[in-house]
Write a protein that binds this ligand. Structure first.
Ligand SMILES: [Ca+2]
Length: 198
């Protein structure tokens, strides 16, 4: 009887245990990015837009290398977890810069977006360069990493400008998805107090 009950609970719980969580962000407020690597200037713009009335404008300001804007951060991951992220990107220069790609970096400290655990790879193609197109990539967590920073990588000369809008991030239930309006408002001490309360 007890094993039947356990089986029944597992059957009921299973769909929820494997459910995904999704967050979207359309740059409709004042928050731009969560952080950056290299010289990149990010601001809210009103033209072009994909959805709503605002988008994110990214100006490559690096003399060399590929700057990265951190637009998403997923924490609480473990090996085998699958994370998919997408955003709409805009440039009008086919087969030439300016352009951008969606990319990932492993992160192993949920209190520090600048903790860097190496490249998690990303999109190989730069898009048609004929206006808006959807940039999307799916990562499978490996190597014991617990977080993933989702980046916009811009190419390739100082002054090159692209826009992104309407980001969607999907992760397994139990992970936490942070978008640019995420603020580390609570200190770790406050978090400990909150956790202790529950
Ligand atoms: Ca928007």
């Amino acid at each position: 009887m007890k094993s039947l009950l356990v089986a029944a609970v597992l059957l009921i719980a299973a769909p929820f245990a494997f459910a995904d969580i999704t967050e979207t962000y359309g740059w409709e407020g004042s928050a731009t990015i969560l952080g950056n690597y290299g010289d990149i200037i990010c601001s809210i713009d009103t033209d072009p837009i994909h959805g709503g009335s605002q988008s994110l404008k990214l100006v490559d300001d690096a003399e060399s290398g590929t700057p990265q804007a951190y637009v998403g951060w997923v924490v609480g991951l473990s090996d085998g977890d699958v994370v998919t992220a997408s955003f709409w990107r805009y440039d009008t220069t086919p087969a030439a810069a300016p352009s951008c790609r969606i990319w990932g970096g492993w992160n192993d400290d949920p209190t520090d977006i600048y903790n860097y655990g190496g490249s998690a790879s990303g999109q190989s193609e730069y898009g048609p360069g004929t206006g808006w197109d959807l940039a999307e990539y799916t990562w499978t967590v490996e190597g014991g990493h617990t977080g993933l920073v989702i980046q916009v990588r811009t190419y390739s000369e100082a002054g090159d400008t692209v826009w992104v809008d309407d980001m969607t991030i999907t992760a397994p239930d139990g992970a936490e998805i942070r978008t640019p309006d995420y603020i580390m408002a609570l200190s770790s001490d406050t978090w400990a107090a909150i956790k202790a309360t529950f």
